[in-house]
Design a protein around this ligand. Structure first.
Ligand code: FAD
Ligand code: UDP
Length: 395
């Protein structure tokens, strides 16, 4: 009986499941989750590769990290985490460097042992052509941070493959995700908390969806069943924002990835989880080797699973992964946000998550943003009858 639901959630990724779990458990309301794919979890979904039992992340390597204490406390209700610390290596020519930019990389690249102060003045000299505060796009930002030689070796080719978009068209924020350090610390993330879910991502996601007030229906596209749903039940939509409005303002640009998986006849293919291939001539961006994400597990010693990752522009029918966010995209996004505001006010549809907001959100950000939507919009709505649109101040 569809009229017995208090809330419909479209999409079972971390955003949708966090909203569903909070409304089900925190407010005792009944939630229907609709999922287009044949499994829950969105892009964080993982599964055992059948031949080796090695846990693979079907939609690309997912590393959990956060400095948000509210998110950390919340996620620990559903899973414990291993003490895995992510490190990435970068291959340029015949050399492999400890990434991100750090003293080991700088010394190896320039063939000289610099002290931290010497490295700082070297990079300051090389980056003097652009002032960081003035940098208007990815290319200027990167050069202002690391200088031209390191930009050309480690950023230019990789970014060209990842985005196939002129780096002067890309947002500077993409590159500020990558730290530059004048120490030998090569941890990829700076966050307080980091680790991988002990029993895997899917076990974690299933525990979030297990609440008795939540029903999940797989293989169901919201747009195919929308007419059958009661019109007065609020909806939290986490699918693509432009699709919701039938692309009325044009298509938002996305990058998609192709994953080429293989089982290799060795116990260790590359000695670490991720090696980036920074040269423009190598067609893939990186190779993932999943066994290294769980060194504590008892995996086969004679076989390993690797995935080569290729990036390209998403056509219709492809999975949208990374918002490209060119100035043209941002102009369309402003118009879609206006439509979304009206849809919230007129029809009780809230938009959230990576696809629903066209934002490059990490898992902890998607979960944090869902907790905020719950507290600022859904709790006041369900307990005091306040409108879902809330007030501007709550955005
Ligand atoms: P999603 O996980 O995309 O879930 C949306 C769900 O909605 C999907 O299951 C989709 O099938 C469903 N849906 C869409 N349209 C409809 C419809 N019409 N009807 C029904 N269902 C629909 N984050 C990290 O923190 N660390 C990482 O290392 C990391 N690595 C990443 C690597 C890659 C390659 C990618 C693409 C992302 C990575 N992320 C990482 C980000 C992470 O995947 C997101 O933060 C997270 O998936 C966001 O959750 P979400 O619920 O917003 O979206
Ligand atoms: N990047 C780069 N060289 C690298 C890794 C990253 O130039 O070896 C740039 C690239 O533009 C990329 C961005 O930094 O899109 C963010 O990288 P990150 O590893 O955070 O991307 P993700 O893992 O989310 O794909």
């Amino acid at each position: 009986d569809l009229s017995s639901y208090d809330l419909i959630v479209v999409g079972s990724g971390f955003f949708g499941l966090t909203v569903a779990e909070r409304v089900a458990d925190g407010l005792g309301k009944r939630v229907l989750v609709l999922e287009r794919r044949n499994h829950i979890g969105g892009n964080a979904y993982s599964e055992a590769e059948p031949e080796t039992g090695i846990e693979i992340h079907r939609y690309g390597a997912h590393l959990f990290h956060t400095s948000n204490e509210r998110v950390w406390a919340y996620v620990n209700r559903f899973t414990s985490f291993t003490n895995y610390q992510h490190r990435v290596f970068a291959r340029v020519g015949e050399q492999v460097y400890a990434f991100p930019m750090n003293l080991a990389l700088i010394n190896q690249f320039f063939g000289k042992a610099h002290t931290p102060d010497e490295a700082r003045s070297l990079i300051a000299e090389q980056s003097a052509e652009v002032e960081t505060g003035q940098a208007a796009n990815l290319e200027e930002k990167a050069i202002s941070l690391v200088g031209r030689p390191l930009y050309e070796a480690f950023v230019k080719g990789y970014t060209a493959k990842q985005w196939q978009t002129d780096p002067t068209e890309l947002d500077a924020s993409i590159i500020t995700r990558l730290p530059v350090r004048y120490t030998y610390d090569n941890r990829y993330f700076n966050d307080t908390h980091e680790g991988l879910p002990t029993d895997g991502y899917t076990a974690w996601l299933e525990r979030m969806a297990a609440h008795e007030n939540i029903d999940v229906v797989l293989d169901t596209d919201y747009f195919a069943v929308r007419e059958q749903l009661p019109a007065d039940v609020p909806v939290v939509y986490t699918g693509p924002l432009d699709r919701y409005f039938d692309h009325a303002e044009g298509e938002l640009g996305w990058r998609t990835l192709d994953f080429e998986m293989s089982v290799e006849p060795t116990g260790d293919f590359q000695g670490t989880s991720v090696i980036n291939y920074n040269d423009a001539e190598v067609p893939f961006t990186r190779i993932l080797e999943f066994r290294h994400m769980h060194p504590e597990r008892d995996y086969p010693k004679d076989r390993t699973v690797i995935v080569r990752e290729y990036s390209r522009f998403a056509e219709s029918g492809d999975e949208p992964y990374y918002p490209i966010n060119t100035p043209d995209d941002r102009a369309k996004l402003d118009r879609y946000r206006e439509l979304a505001r009206k849809e919230t006010a007129n029809r009780g549809v809230l938009f959230g998550g990576r696809l629903g907001t066209y934002k490059y959100l990490d898992m902890h950000m998607a979960i944090g943003s869902a907790l905020t939507m719950y507290e600022n919009r859904l709790v006041p709505h369900f307990t005091e009858g306040r409108p879902l649109s809330g007030t501007e101040a709550e955005d």
